[in-house]
Design a protein around this ligand. Sequence first.
Ligand code: NDP
Ligand code: BG6
Length: 510
Amino acid sequence: MASPGSSPGSTPMMELTGAPNVAHIFVVFGASGDLAKRKIYPCLWLLYRDGLLPPGTKFLGYARSVMTTEDLRARITPFLKVGSGDQEMKENFLKTCTYMPGSYTDGAAFEKLNAEMSRLEDEMAPEQPANRIFYLALPPQIFMAVTANVKKACMSTTGYNRVIVEKPFGMDSSSSAVLSNHLSSLFVEDQIYRIDHYLGKEMVQNLLVLRFANTVFTPAWSRSAIQSVMITFKEPFGLRGRASYFHDVGIIRDVMQNHLLQLLCLIAMEKPASTSPDDIRDEKVKVLKCMSPITPDEVVTGQYVADPNGEGESAVGFREDPGCPPDSKQCTYAAAVGWVRNERWDGVPFILKCGKALDERKAEIRIQFRPVAGDIFGGRCQRNEFVIRVQPKEAVYMKMMVKRPGRDTGMFESEMDLSYHLRYKDLNLPDAYEKLIQDVFLGNQMNFVRSDELAEAWRVFTPLLHHIEGHQIEPIKYQFGVRGLPEADTLAAKVGHHYSGTYSWSTPHL
Ligand code: NDP
Ligand code: BG6
């Protein structure tokens, strides 16, 4: 398995392919569901196609829906990306995908599941060790029953057992603690893989390298040079059939408390002692421990309403969505300011913004530097910004002042630009889930959330969530398709972030 010191992103292929006599089973709980169909099977297929899984691995789908293996194959096939030469391989992949229906709560059903796994393992590698991975693509209310049944009836006694869980990991500190205690009563931390799929994204994984493999950033990466850090997530669509989930959860739990907070940790953390998963996670936990809970006076919440001129989805407001109560006060937009009270970051606001039904799809980190001291250019210098665009069109750019080329003695804002699609030909970045599932096979927990990290993340957000829900705070209404909330811009300005509106960018001459 992955050596703890292996470089981030490296793929120790020998470790995957070097154990031909070990059987591997990947069980997908909730195989009839949306996540399984849209993400998990397509990623398993790509890993299979590219030879990145142990040879002979079998994929066993399990869910309550009464359907056959053929039904499952027909269900997932349209979601498998198949190139011209891949047809035969796809057929082989599908042959390794089987399905069995069963209850999530009945112990006897899990004994049958165990018998089926043993049968498949005997087919693969008779009398040899067997490794089992269980993916819980399930609603949280059945996590506990399923994991308890897995522990009781389905553990391999000859190889490893790994359990992958999807968020939400609870609704607040106490419910998350109940879930964590439950899981830790069944499994050791090394067996639990809590997915935050943002940690599998290329530019997120790049943060470690950008920060700690470039001396140029070392002296600048602190309160002495940085004015503010803004982390933004935007989506141009609404609920897409997830109204009832979203009404319960809201954007703060859905995106801010996990994806955005993870980005904050990677930006703020100190250099880890090594690239081993625990050294990195130790540093992330230290960042969270230095954060005080987010306070309601530094938060703006919003809820989208229909665009009166909109068509299709944009003509439907959050409260009008079938599945959402018409008086829901749940927020679909939030901006909040976090403070990391340590020597490096004291006084630097970390502005987190996220929202659905906005003008564009975007996730980015914007590090804004302090104004030039002792300015000799008559106030014409704009602040430098270092932007890491996570998606779409991955890019890293530094906005900076330069002299206008030629005889002109003036200056203007330009950029040092590393746009991946321009710089790297035929770029084909793996999906985040693909990378993370591969990491589970490799036993590399670097990009999974540890229980202490999770507890700290909830500590930062629980008082705010209780305040919003306890006081039934009415979110500010915003129209489907807007850029963001002006109140959020005001909040960002209040804590020191400056938007000049003077920068313009055009695609470089090629
Ligand atoms: P800008 O200075 O134009 O904008 C910075 C951010 O400020 C925006 O993303 C927006 O964030 C926010 N903003 C916009 N209007 C207001 C407002 N009225 N008040 C407060 N905040 C506001 O710089 P960018 O870095 O965004 O660059 C502009 C464009 O150039 C972008 O589309 C960028 O992708 C592109 N570009 C592309 C590069 C590349 O492909 N490599 C390199 C450089 C630039 P939000 O909407 O999130 O609130
Ligand atoms: C999920 C959220 O975790 O992330 C969704 O539950 C959101 O609401 C999604 O749409 C965004 O992921 P990505 O990878 O498309 O940015």
